[in-house]
Write a protein that binds this ligand. Sequence first.
Ligand code: BYC
Length: 329
Amino acid sequence: MYAQMVETGVKQVKALDDMSPEERVFQEKIDAEIKIEPKNWMPDAYRKTLIRQVSQHAHSEIVGMLPEGNWVTRAPTLKRKLQLMAKIQDEAGHGLYLYSAMETLGADRDEEVEKLHSGRAKYSSIFNYPTLNWADMGAVGWLVDGAAIVNQVVLQRTSYGPYSRAMIRICKEESFHQRQGYEILLTMMRQGNDAQKAMVQDAINRLWWPALMMFGPSDADSPNSAQSMAWKIKRHTNDELRQRFIDQTVPQLEILGCSAPDPDLKWNAERGHYDFGEIQWDEFFDVIKGNGPCNRERLETRRNAISDGTWVRRAAVAHANKKKQRAAA
Ligand code: BYC
């Protein structure tokens, strides 16, 4: 397995023979499926890669609240509003677990959040697309959380202990999110009028390809995959997970009675998988460079949230200090 990893990917991975004794012990631990914990020795590059991935993941959860927050006041019923609010609160919680996991690696939360706000840190490309109608809330839950689960279920076995444990809880909540999204769409398709059914198809048409892009560039263009796979930070490649998502999602699409905006999507009995069309990678790279339809709006909303909340944080610190002084007196 390790030898095979050395051969694959865009970047070469160090062979065991080229490693320092510490690196070799570390790699052997990884190969034996022993989790790496915060106080264990780890190569600087392993720490750096994890801080990059876990901080991006945390930012994605927090920015991911914004397209949905847009619909809280317009959810069609009280039940839908409560479900949506619960989902958004879960995402805030996921962000907090992930920022905490990131801090165990020695990263500073304020510094990482500042990188997000200044446009220097990435977050998932999907959240730079607008949510234009109520069916988008269903499609986000079904497709976006559905893609997130496929990626995150395997991250429960990631090699870094705190990240892996955070993922276990996150996955449980994500599966509720996915089901609530699918149920919104099923209700619209089974009980809705023609205009509501058309809204579902429209939401799928707009979010299908961006959901496939969530898995990252194709393996041949993924600079981080080979090393992350060797360190078992990633357990499957971007393309493997994208294919798994498509295979499990197409039957659900058929139950809905909808179609994907991909004329090349068809079952390939020989491969035992669905074939699918070419992803527009120019669009993906444009979005992750900051030029998607909503990148600027999302970052501005985050920056405003921080500055509008300054007085609340100051008041909370002042209150906590007062309490401490009283307790000490
Ligand atoms: N969007 O070498 P690669 C959620 C970047 S949110 C933006 O393959 P890697 C949810 C990548 O960072 C889901 N950027 O990278 C929340 C790298 O750039 P840098 C979030 C992307 O890290 C609320 C470059 O492209 N999930 O669940 O090996 C509501 C080259 O890529 C994207 C996670 O974050 C993208 N889609 O693999 C609902 C999961 N793809 O850093 C749902 C954890 C790639 O070198 N993360 N890039 O400048 C991962 O599993 C991996 O980081 C990825 C990318 C598979 C995303």
